[in-house]
Design a protein around this ligand. Structure first.
Ligand code: PLP
Length: 390
């Protein structure tokens, strides 16, 4: 029997940990096992590794090491930024208005909903264009004196669109509002210089850039007072309680360092693979449409909708052929549910149920792309024939 081919095109969901990262992490599970907060030399070795990691990340973010808070991942970084800033504003009697978009990850969307529903904050959810882009003028019009902060993602996880972060952050500052960006998908593909971006807070998660799962970071600009979401010890300068995940932190710093040392060659490869994929799908699969912005999109990100196909069925059939992808459509009750992001972009529900995301990675080859395009074309036709018979 011929072994089934596996083509992993779901790098936006997670990436394999780089072996060089695993190697860097290994001593911190066993040899250097101390608690970074302990006062003895065993603990100090772990503390030193955490300090070094903080410096590495700060160099890539172009900030001070004291402006980095270690967390358990993107979800926690987002929660800490948004809830922490809102709670502090409430305590200090500042404002009550928050700005966001309908296409944020649920770590932002649900946290802002909770702040509005439970704590009475007022939220403005800005519209986005068909390409998933926030309009700078609409953002300017939404900013008011009572605006506490805006949280707008750097690049979208479902459709790959890159938002005009420097312009949006500058506008927020004109109204003395803070600006947070979720850079979980952008990290490892776009520059993360927080001075050039002009933002106040930025979230990343290591497993999206060939680092380990369960560790992330939040940049918090000097002088911003965040109420901790995870209260406990005085770790992270009182901003996040809990014993440090030393191997994870070391691994995240190593992964980020490698990603930015190799950024040019990696992103050139992603872009070549992504463009081959987009061209192949649009020319060989009938009724296929690219979603997200045609140019302002992540180098590794391709996303589509297919007419008269359900995304969940497509995923299952692709998986049987060895292609690992993802779809934002869900099928919870037997009825396909369209992606809320695509609905926010203005796609009709019957098209939004046919979504597919294919995200390339370091190991993706031309042969992988060609196999995927061929398999996708056959599968889409097969699903349409089955649907016509029902
Ligand atoms: N934000 C975005 C844009 C994401 O894509 C994800 C994960 O997919 C997260 C946040 C959550 O990150 P984590 O998996 O580290 O909690």
């Amino acid at each position: 029997m011929v072994a089934q081919r596996t083509v992993y095109l779901d790098h936006s969901a997670t990436t394999p940990t780089d072996p060089r990262v695993v190697e860097a992490m290994l001593p911190y599970f066993s040899e250097v096992y101390g608690n970074g907060s302990s006062a003895h030399s065993v603990g100090r070795k772990a503390e030193q590794a955490i300090d070094d990691a903080r410096e590495t990340i700060a160099r890539i973010f172009n900030c001070n090491p004291t402006e980095i808070v270690f967390t358990s991942g993107g979800t926690e970084s987002d929660n800490l930024a948004v809830r922490g800033a809102a709670w502090t504003a409430r305590q200090l009697g500042l404002g009550h208005h928050l700005i966001t978009t309908p296409i944020e990850h649920s770590a932002i969307g649900n946290t802002i909903d909770q702040l509005a529903d439970v704590m009475g904050f007022e939220r403005t959810v800005l519209p986005v264009s068909r390409a998933g882009m926030v309009d700078v003028e609409e953002f300017a019009a939404a900013c008011r004196n009572e605006t506490v902060f805006a949280s707008i993602m750097y690049a979208n996880n479902e459709v790959g669109t890159i938002e005009p972060i420097p312009q949006l952050a500058a506008l927020a500052h004109e109204h003395n509002a803070l600006f947070h960006t979720d850079a979980v998908q952008a990290a490892g593909q776009l520059m993360l210089d927080v001075q050039a971006l002009g933002i106040d807070m930025l979230s990343v998660s290591a497993h999206k850039f060939y680092g380990p799962k369960g560790v992330g970071a939040l940049f918090v600009r000097e002088g911003i007072d965040l109420t901790p979401s995870q209260s406990g010890g005085s770790h992270e300068d009182g901003r996040r309680g809990g014993t440090h995940n030393t191997p994870g932190i070391v691994g995240m710093a190593k992964a980020l360092e490698l990603a930015y040392d190799e950024l040019e060659t990696r992103t050139a490869h992603y872009q070549t693979m992504r463009d081959r994929l987009i061209d192949g799908v649009l020319s060989k699969v009938s009724g296929a449409h690219l979603t997200g912005h045609p140019e302002q999109r992540l180098p590794a990100h391709a996303s589509f909708v297919f007419e008269e196909v359900e995304g969940t069925m497509l995923l299952m059939h692709l998986d049987l052929k060895g292609v690992a992808a993802s779809s934002a459509s869900a099928c919870k009750t037997g009825n396909p549910e369209p992606s809320s992001v695509l609905l926010a972009l203005g796609f009709p529900p019957e098209l939004a149920i046919g979504s597919l995301r294919l995200t390339v990675g370091r190991m993706t080859t031309e042969a992988d792309i060609d196999y995927t395009v061929e398999t996708l074309a056959e599968t889409v036709e097969k699903l349409r024939r089955l649907r016509a018979m029902m």
